[in-house]
Design a protein around this ligand. Structure first.
Ligand SMILES: C[S@@+](CC[C@H](N)C(=O)[O-])C[C@H]1O[C@@H](n2cnc3c(N)ncnc32)[C@H](O)[C@@H]1O
Length: 471
């Protein structure tokens, strides 16, 4: 792929001149246009930002400005439905990128047609493929709209190409003959095929098969590719019950599901409505992953206890642990990042927990050497790769490199040593899955290790005298 797209002059000059009145271009489907530009930004990174600066004279224009200038409609006119569709299309297209690209390449007349394809054209095709394969949008709408978008954003020839490739895809789908790689050959070749079918980087597939076995690795990839849900935790410290939260969600017509954990409710859609209704601001609930709640359940804070949260910010687990203390006891929240710690304390105020929580700004590795304070319990939620939340963060799988994990494992090792050295009662370590296997073999004091929803929780007793890890 080469550079960033050249703008179609016809549209790039539309907003030039004296008129500031937004021009609404009814020719293109607005949510697809914004989705295509957002995907382009994700794909091109800095090259895209450079293009914005170059074309907009460093005016700080964002991607929305780009859409307005090049496609001729004001993104201010996007309604809630459009915004929701942009989110769905962008997340899904990014998630399935490897699989979709394999199909696009298979349907191009030659491999070089794919590798030389203009970046914006590729995004439009990816959107069309995602809509046909995963969203089941009516075929005529997908073809018509994406062809028109390619014609308007690029040129008529680009529209013809989109038309030809999407129609080929429809035919293959109808006849159930979509091309797929065979899972055969040595481990590496099989991982390569699986990485296309499940749309993950090859190194992740190989690593998970090695550590978890093929069956679990496939389950994990299916989970990563499923539509995510979000969890809300009711704030009992402010006197609310889960029924109160459920009643408000019903008023807002947000569909929910009660979690097996008492304080939690799951929602798949409707976060916008929850935010707009102010449920978070008024302290009724917090957005918190159930897996984070599970970690707190294992720590099981009891009234009167002192707890150290070693990597606390922005504070999801700190707040939940503090609320479990029922007004008696203390949580010390330590973090190296001052800004995130400030957010934590603001949330503590909102949740009426600022008497229970004390913030400590510092590097755990230094703090642990100097402090003589002992705690009843210590939670270490060390920085992680985020590989446990790939269903929610579609882009992460493409942004993480194997080398990032290596660095993280080093940091986690050091932090675990610090947490367990100077705070030697019980250390609860929560980490995402990426390096779980190394950790499990390397820490003889592990009393309990539980793998759940992408988290590995280790409960250690006494000081941590580990043998070197198997990195
Ligand atoms: C996974 S996040 C913690 C999330 C938090 N426990 C929660 O539930 O909201 C990891 C945190 O570790 C902090 N951190 C990284 N290195 C650190 C260090 N050397 N000492 C203390 N905190 C550190 C980061 O600033 C980040 O806020």
């Amino acid at each position: 792929m080469t550079g960033v797209p050249k703008l179609n002059p016809k549209f790039s000059t539309k907003r030039a001149g004296t008129s500031k009145v937004p021009i609404i271009n009814f020719e293109v489907s607005h949510h697809r246009a914004v989705a295509a530009v957002r995907l382009l930004r994700a794909d091109k990174g800095k090259a895209f930002v450079d293009l914005l600066n170059e074309k907009a004279n460093d005016s700080g224009e964002n991607e929305m400005g780009y859409v307005e200038r090049t496609l001729g409609f004001s993104t201010r006119h996007l309604d809630d439905r459009d915004i929701r569709l942009v989110t769905v299309i962008v997340a899904g297209t990014v998630r399935w990128k490897r699989y979709i690209d394999y199909l696009i390449m298979s349907l191009c007349s030659e491999e070089k047609v794919f590798s030389n394809m203009e970046p914006l054209l590729l995004q439009i095709l990816r959107i069309g493929f995602f809509e046909i394969l995963k969203l089941n949008v009516p075929a005529y709408a997908v073809v018509d709209e994406n062809v028109r978008l390619a014609k308007v954003a690029l040129r008529p020839g680009a529209g013809n190409m989109v038309n030809a490739i999407l129609r080929k895809l429809l035919l293959l789908k109808e006849t159930d003959s979509l091309p797929l790689p065979n899972i055969e050959g040595d481990d590496r070749a099989q991982a390569r095929a699986l990485s296309i079918i499940y749309s993950h980087p090859v190194w992740m597939v190989r690593r998970w098969i090695r550590f978890l076995g093929k069956e679990e690795a496939l389950k994990l990839m299916n989970w990563n590719n499923s539509d995510p849900y979000f969890s809300l935790r009711v704030n009992t410290t402010n006197g609310y019950t889960r029924d109160d939260l459920v009643n408000r969600l019903e008023d807002l017509q947000v569909h929910y599901e009660k979690s097996i954990m008492d304080e939690f409710v799951r929602i798949r859609e409707g976060m916008q409505a929850v935010l707009q209704a102010g449920l978070l601001k008024e302290g009724m609930c917090a957005v918190q992953d159930e897996s984070a709640g599970f970690v707190v359940s294992v720590v099981d804070p009891q009234p009167g206890e002192t707890i150290m949260d070693c990597c606390a910010a922005p504070g999801g687990k700190t707040l939940f642990m503090a609320s479990r203390l029922a007004g008696q006891g203390k949580v010390s929240a330590l973090d190296i990042n001052k800004g995130r710690l400030r957010i934590l304390m603001e949330a503590a105020k909102c949740h009426n927990l600022d008497d229970i929580i004390t913030d400590i700004h510092g590097d755990l590795r230094l703090y642990a050497k100097e402090s003589t304070v002992k705690y009843d319990k210590v939670l270490l939620d060390a920085p992680c790769s985020g590989l446990g939340v790939l269903s929610k963060r579609a882009d992460l799988r493409w942004n993480r490199q194997f080398e990032d994990l290596e660095e993280l494992v080093c940091l986690q090792d050091e932090l675990l040593d610090s947490a367990s050295l100077s705070l030697p009662h019980r250390v609860y370590m929560d980490m995402f899955l990426q390096n779980s296997s190394q950790m499990m073999v390397s820490i003889p004091q592990v009393q309990l290790s539980t793998l759940w929803m992408g988290h590995l929780l280790l409960v250690l007793s006494g000081q941590c005298t580990r043998t070197p890890t198997t990195r």
